[in-house]
Structure formats: C-alpha cells, structure tokens
Design a protein around this ligand. Structure first.
Ligand SMILES: [Zn+2]
Length: 395
C-alpha cells in the first residue's frame, strides 16, 4: 500500500527522504522464542514529508502488518523516572482542567496505568479503550470506577461523552491521522466543554540528530509542533496549549472542540515550523548514516577485544537500533529491561533475548548502550547497586 496524499492536510505533496527495505513490522511485541522473533513479519520504511503542512509519514505503511494484542508490551511504568513524569502530568491535568469527580475517556490506554493514576488522583470515572488492555492487570482499587474496552476507536467505541479525552502515544501509530482526529471530534458531538489532551513524540529532535532508532514501522505518523497544531485546527479543535516535555522528547497538546461544523474553512495549512522540519528532513538520511557508522564501529571494536555489549531498554528504539545496525547487531549480547513482562522473551527482527538486570553479573558487559538518555542516571544507579563496572553510553 502506498499513500501519496498527505493524511494530515490532504494535500498531494509528499516527498520521500529516508527509506529502509526491511524492518520488523512490530517492535513492542515480545516473542516467546528466538526463531519466531527472527521470522517476524517485516515491512518497509518510506518516510516522506508533506511540503504543505510539514507532517511526516511512512508512505509504505500497511496497517495489516501491525497487530496490537494482549502480547503487546508497551508499558514503561517500571521505570521510576517514567512513573514520576506520568504522576506529574496526571496532577497537572487534574488540577488545570478540574477533573476531580469527572469522567475521562482514554483512547489507546495500553495496560491502563495512566487512567488508573487519573482515577486515583480524583477522576470520578474512567473509560479505557485499547486492543492491548489486560483486565487481569487492572488495579482492583479502581475497577468499580472504570470500564475497559478491548478494541479500537472508533470501531469498537463510537460516542465520547466525557469531560476529558486523553490520548497518549497513540496518534503516531495511526496512518489516517486527519480522518481519525475528525472522528474524535465527531464522537464528542455538540459538547464543547470536553478537553482533549494528547501526548506524542516530537519528530524535530530525532530528525536533527539522525536518530534512526526513533523511526520505526509502528510509528507511521510523525509530528512537529506546527504540523500537530495545524492538524488539530483543521479537525475542529482549538489548541489551548502546546509544550515539549520529557527532555524535549514528547509534545503535549491540550485543546477544546470548536462549535459548529468542521473542518474550518479558510485555515492556512502551512505550519509555523514547516520549513525547519523540511530542512531537517533533507539532512536526516546522511546524519542517520553517520550515527549508524559510529555505533557499528563502537560495537565492532569491543567485540574484537572479546568484550560484551548489551542494550538497556528492550523498547521499540532497541528493535529499530538493532535492525538498522545490520550484521553488527550480532555483537550485542542481549537487551536488558526492568519490566518483568519483557524478560526471557525475544525482540522482533534480530531475536535478541531480553534479560533482567540481575543477569548482568554473569554477562559482565564492557559497554551498556542506553536506548533512552532520559534513563541514564537511573541505570547508572542500578549498575552501581549491583557493583557492575562498565562503560555507559546513551544514544
Ligand atoms: Zn500535509
């Protein structure tokens, strides 16, 4: 399947700037054995930018290749740093939008940790929608104040009657973003007091840094502040606030539905940062190649001296990093993760085993490559506690 029309602004202006032939079609799905991990279906990356609105998309994305099931392990809630961040966001949203006693719908709620946090912070009732919901992992303390839909919006959940709609790290997994966000607006209907709270990765830093591990199959849609703002306005929302969070990795947008009919006619589609995004896109492939060479040489050198290298963080970044390292991925011994649901399972594509930190004592790595620099301090403390002496370098 190839998309030629921009899914965000519907302009016919997509220009490809980065391509990878074969990448795992899913990177959060943990496999039970190495063989099925290596045989995992692959897809193609053909990353293109829209010269009208600055939106970035994988034009070769085929939704049939990705599956979001109960095996999907997206939870980052094991990390104290991530938990602290989520708790701050929960407190800020409850306070700012007066959500105590109110009803919140979360589209793409994953395993439900964030919605549970909102309920614990005073939200009256929560409705979580996600194909990867695991009812057995819902906190019993919030069961009577919540309901969970194991499915997709809008297919399995059509009408939104709530004081707030939360949607975190979901829009980047949706290819027809324009049509989907309009369906959110339609589902809210005549209510204009509902606040809409979205969080997703910011593509700008990844583009500038040549961060090839941030470009992977499941993420078919990539936003900058300008293209996200434009999409919300064209979809019948009035943005209240937009900010970068989590060491500038994420974008948070808060908006209210505009009354009347939409899309709003006459809105300019050119986003404020479009030209900067397009310029960064042009340089991305070369920058990504330089970054890739750096890491290939780094792991080859250690392997040549019989040293061991591990990744820390069995995330989508790890799957994308390993897939893009090519042959040199064999020099990586394992991927470490503190999430017990990931341990002793295997990463799609290269088939690396996920181990708990406790196994590092046996592996005795010379180098730990941290998949997300935000966690470097946390990991350094863990290693120190275990008395493991190793080089620690972040992507
Ligand atoms: Zn566009």
């Amino acid at each position: 399947m190839t998309t030629r029309t921009c899914p965000a602004c519907f302009g016919a202006a997509l220009t490809e700037f980065y391509a990878v032939g074969r990448v795992p079609a899913n990177s959060c799905l943990m496999l039970g054995d190495e063989a099925s991990a290596r045989d995992f279906p692959t897809g193609e990356l053909r990353i293109a930018a829209c010269t009208v609105c600055g939106f970035i998309t994988n034009t070769a994305f085929d939704p049939a290749l990705t599956r979001y099931s109960e095996d999907y392990e997206e939870s980052q809630a094991c990390s104290p740093r991530f938990r602290e961040y989520a708790a701050e966001l929960i407190a800020a949203w409850v306070r700012r939008y007066d959500l105590v006693g109110k009803t919140v719908v979360e589209l793409g709620c994953g395993k439900g940790e964030f919605l549970t946090g909102l309920i614990r912070a005073g939200v009256g009732y929560g409705i979580g929608v996600d194909p990867a919901v695991r009812l057995d992992r819902i906190d019993p303390a919030v069961v009577h104040r919540s309901s969970w839909v194991t499915g997709l919006f809008p297919d399995d959940f059509e009408t939104i009657d709530a004081d707030a709609v939360v949607c975190r790290h979901t829009l980047e997994h949706i290819a027809p973003v324009g049509a989907w966000l309009r369906s959110v607006r339609s589902a809210i209907g005549p209510r204009t007091d509902t606040v809409v709270l979205f969080e997703l990765p910011d593509v700008v830093r990844a583009l500038r840094e040549g961060a090839f591990w941030d470009v992977y199959y499941e993420h078919c849609s990539y936003f900058s502040p300008g293209s996200l703002d434009g999409l919300f306005r064209r979809s019948g929302f009035d943005p209240i606030d937009m900010r970068r969070t989590y060491d500038d990795q994420y974008l948070v947008i808060e908006a209210r539905p505009v009354p009347g009919t939409w899309p709003v006619a006459g809105l300019a589609t050119g986003a404020g940062d479009r030209d900067a995004v397009l310029a960064a896109a042009v340089g991305f492939a070369a920058q990504a190649e330089r970054t890739r060479e750096h890491w290939r040489e780094r792991v080859r050198k250690i392997a040549a001296e019989d040293g061991r290298v591990v990744l820390w963080g069995a995330s989508s970044k790890a799957v994308a990093f390993l897939a893009t390292l090519g042959e040199d991925a064999r020099h990586i011994a394992a991927a470490v993760d503190i999430n017990p649901h990931k341990q002793n399972r295997y990463l799609a594509g290269t088939g690396h085993r996920v181990v708990g930190p406790v196994e590092l004592t046996d592996i005795a790595p010379e180098l730990v490559i941290v998949m997300n620099p935000t966690y470097t301090d946390e990991i350094a403390r863990d290693l120190e506690t275990m008395r493991i002496s190793t080089a620690l370098e972040a992507l």
